[in-house]
Design a protein. Structure first.
Length: 363
């Protein structure tokens, strides 16, 4: 297993990271292109998203001290986040800008702000610069004052001027907010963040956990056409299982109970492929196999008891089915055929967090 993981890590450092240092970097904008094609050419830019910039800020922050020029790249990404996406008039950050750098989708969404908090926490943990902490604090303030709905949850999306779009809460941005709160607590003591995190998890248990199967739904209970995603169950499981603060909470107990069911319904026993979306009957709403879900399942397995065999199998499945000499396959379809050949700038974040979990596991 150690040799297998060493080769996967080598692939990350020798193949994946250089894609975003070289062809994936738009030096004029000081931003990563949204995606590269199979030949390492950028797809023609339609937009640049703040979330993608933040994920790459996390990536290069995590590589400081390991990869040459990682610190300079992280600094450039941090500057670009402020320069291109910050809304000087209303506060917060725009969702996206156009290829020329003008604001495009000017809404304020929780997913973006969660990733900005997550990235700034990791970056500040590495560099301890006051400016980075001030952006981290500004993000926390916007989350508490603008997105929070007073019941432990947060609006998924608001208009540019913070007026309501009636979005209500959605699972995925709330999960990344929990991840960002945990990242903040890993670099400083913060009673307000700790309280917000506990209240968030209490509210998730109440509003999103199906009472019969203990799975975490993507929309609040009672929503029309609801579904659950095995990749997100595994991602939540890892966050809760690995946090001394959240371990033993009701939400943790629910995801612990649902783990085996999620494996039975959502993981192919032959190939180890994780299904994208399931309804509560266990039928696939979307049978696409995505690299991020593979990475999340693998990372979650590192925290399961007696999991050495299954960790090794899933690491092999990730390497054989999704990694290749020139990068990675983002998606395979229901038949296992490669269905998406481009490589988005947002994916290395998932691989980096997965490999971090494996480093801790192999210790």
């Amino acid at each position: 297993m150690t040799a297998l993981f060493a080769s996967v890590q080598q692939h990350f450092q020798d193949v994946i990271v250089p894609l975003w240092q070289g062809p994936g970097w738009n030096a004029d904008m000081a931003l990563p292109y949204e995606a590269l094609d199979a030949g390492h050419q950028p797809l023609p830019p339609q937009r640049y998203r703040a979330m993608a910039c933040a994920r790459q800020l996390y990536l290069f922050s995590s590589l400081i001290g390991q990869v040459p020029a990682a610190e300079e790249r992280a600094a450039a990404l941090f500057r670009s986040l402020q320069q291109h996406f910050h809304d000087a008039e209303h506060g917060g950050w725009f969702y996206s800008i156009d290829p020329q750098g003008a604001p495009l989708d000017q809404r304020k969404d929780l997913y973006t702000h969660a990733f900005i908090l997550f990235a700034c926490a990791h970056y500040w943990g590495k560099v301890r610069e006051p400016l980075v902490e001030s952006v981290l604090n500004a993000t926390l303030e916007v989350l508490a004052q603008r997105f929070a709905t007073g019941d432990g949850l947060y609006e998924a999306s608001l208009d540019r001027d913070w007026s309501s779009l009636d979005s209500g809460p959605l699972q995925n941005p709330l999960m990344h907010l929990a991840e960002a709160f945990l990242a903040t607590l890993s670099v400083r003591e913060d009673i307000a963040v700790q309280r917000a995190l506990v209240e968030l998890c209490t509210a998730m248990q109440k509003r999103f956990i199906d009472p019969h199967h203990s799975v975490l739904m993507e929309k609040p209970l009672g929503a029309v056409d609801n579904w659950f995603e095995p990749g997100h169950q595994f991602e939540w499981y890892f966050l809760l299982e690995s946090s001394p603060l959240l371990h033993g909470s009701k939400l943790h107990a629910s995801l612990e109970r649902a783990f085996v069911l999620t494996e039975q319904l959502g993981v192919d026993p032959q190939t180890g492929a994780v299904t994208a979306m399931l309804d509560l009957n266990g039928s696939a709403k979307d049978a696409t196999q995505r690299i991020w879900a593979q990475a999340e399942y693998l990372r979650a397995l590192t925290l399961r008891p007696n999991s050495e065999g299954s960790v090794q199998r899933q690491l092999q499945a990730l390497q054989q089915r999704f990694l290749h000499a020139r990068g990675w396959y983002e998606c395979r379809d229901e038949q296992g055929e490669v269905s998406r050949k481009d490589m988005p700038s947002t994916t290395p974040y998932h691989l980096a967090t997965c490999y971090r979990g494996l480093v801790d596991y192999l210790g």
